[in-house]
Design a protein around this ligand. Sequence first.
Ligand SMILES: [Zn+2]
Length: 95
Amino acid sequence: MVYELVSGRWAPKSANPMFSSDYPGLTYKCGCGEEHLLSYTKFIMVAAPVKFVFVCDNEYLTGVRVKGIFRQKSIELWTCKNELYLEVVEKVNSE
Ligand SMILES: [Zn+2]
């Protein structure tokens, strides 16, 4: 996951206001055990080509990649608790 964060060239959502997670009907499997709809879940980070970090109401973060142009498929890259993510980010920034 650390590798993914460093190599994935993630950027805060605010830096890419054009990014949208509006994929009707597309869900991802979250670390909290539930499935969430992409279009209804907040995301905080984005990366090219189409990757998001979603944060759900149970404070789980999930990296999701969306594949396909006409029929999209979501692929979970990693998932973890909010606190763990913050720890990893701190680690990456201090290196
Ligand atoms: Zn969740």
